[in-house]
Design a protein. Sequence first.
Length: 329
Amino acid sequence: MQVAVLLANMGGPDSLQAVEPFLRQIFSDPHIIDIAMPAFFRRRLARIIARKRSKESLEIYKRLGGKTPLHDNMRRQAEALQLILNADAENDVAFRVLPANRYGRPSLEGVLKDIQGDGYDSILVISMYPFFATSTSGSIASELKRLRSQLHWREGHIQYIDRYGHLPEFLRAQARHIEDQLKKEISQGEKIDVLLSAHSIPRRQHAKGDPYQSEVYYALDELKKQVHPAIRFHLAFQSKIGPVQWLEPSTEEKIAELARRGIKRLFVYPLGFVADNSETVYEIGMLYRQWALKQGIQQFIRLNALNDFPPFLQVLANLVRENVKLRRK
């Protein structure tokens, strides 16, 4: 039995030349700009927004080495997960794990086309967003639906895991990951303030029934129970754009509030980001750091996303193994 596993992310530019085309693709997605409008107008609006934002985005990616850090991190995740799966697989099962992006390269469409003739008995797509949001996992689901029809995959051949942030083993892995990065501070016996910075979504999406906010709050409650008592969690939402209302408090507002409360040392953990990208490395590590220092925070430390943390990869491996067992019944 041959199984292909696709780790699906929204993607990012792999070069400076890819920045504006990537922005056009993102802002053409009705799951991201979820305002009803004719397709031709949506494409025109996306071009306008992309042109307007491309200069600022180019400067960001120049500071990140000319591309998003996401691709290298996803490649390492895929390589490590493939080793884990094949190391203890049954003799008649072989796994291949590939990164695939909704936008940018390697694209979800391109990867599925590339492997279409390779004889895989099943294909499992895993969203690299542990908490379901219409703008991320929902967008990936819509693209998979389109590609199933376009590429004439038979019913059930491609399966999709669209969330796992509620699973106890994922939450244990995340709690351990946070603690592992704070070992020195925990040993000193002092209180440790950790701001969990999750990606925001427009409030209108939440009002329409998007489960993202409730899934984030559930994870927060569970993480509080599992980490060392020295750790004090705070929650905020980052990366909002445009004039619409977003989930609150924003990360900037929360940082300013914590500074007013006299907190001088702040760790920031990217909640819901399983691979470091521009929003963690630049937005948290550079932009929010500068903001925090201006507010009076003396030590601002960005904690890494899960990336190729072994317990996290074991969570993904278990999801894959369970899917294979169910298919064989």
